[in-house]
Design a protein. Structure first.
Length: 132
């Protein structure tokens, strides 16, 4: 189910936010069950920082309040406020899960996760914050 997939993806995604260092292959292996290769590459490029450790390039996520490309713990209430839309685009199957969120500190937004079907399995293709 979609809720279970979101929960597993969130738990997996936050594992790289533990202060540890990972090789590119370790990140890809960790994320591959829940995220598309397109998302993984973008996440590494936009959110991770490279560091040379004993001659090997490793990556980590520096501390930040910026939630871009992360699934927040309270992303969805899984009530009638949560919208789930199935659609096709260029012969690909997608699921769009969205919910309007009220955030007093940063402002209101719609939180969106786009899933893409790959080899009969849905994986996260994009995570979007649509700010008002």
């Amino acid at each position: 189910d979609i809720q279970g997939l979101v929960d597993l993806a969130r738990e997996t995604q936050w594992k790289v936010f533990d202060g540890e260092y990972y090789t590119i292959n370790q990140v890809k292996e960790l994320y591959n069950p829940y995220f598309t290769q397109t998302f993984i590459d973008r996440f590494i490029f936009e959110r991770m920082t490279a560091k040379d450790i004993d001659g090997e390039t490793k990556y980590y996520v520096p501390g930040s309040d910026d939630g871009t490309l992360f699934i927040m713990g309270d992303a969805y209430s899984w009530t009638d406020k949560t919208n789930i839309e199935y659609y096709q685009e260029n012969s690909n199957n997608f699921i769009k899960v969205s919910e309007y969120k009220i955030h007093e500190l940063y402002g209101n937004f719609v939180f969106v996760i786009i899933f893409k079907e790959i080899d009969s399995k849905y994986k996260i293709e994009n995570i979007i914050y649509e700010w008002e």
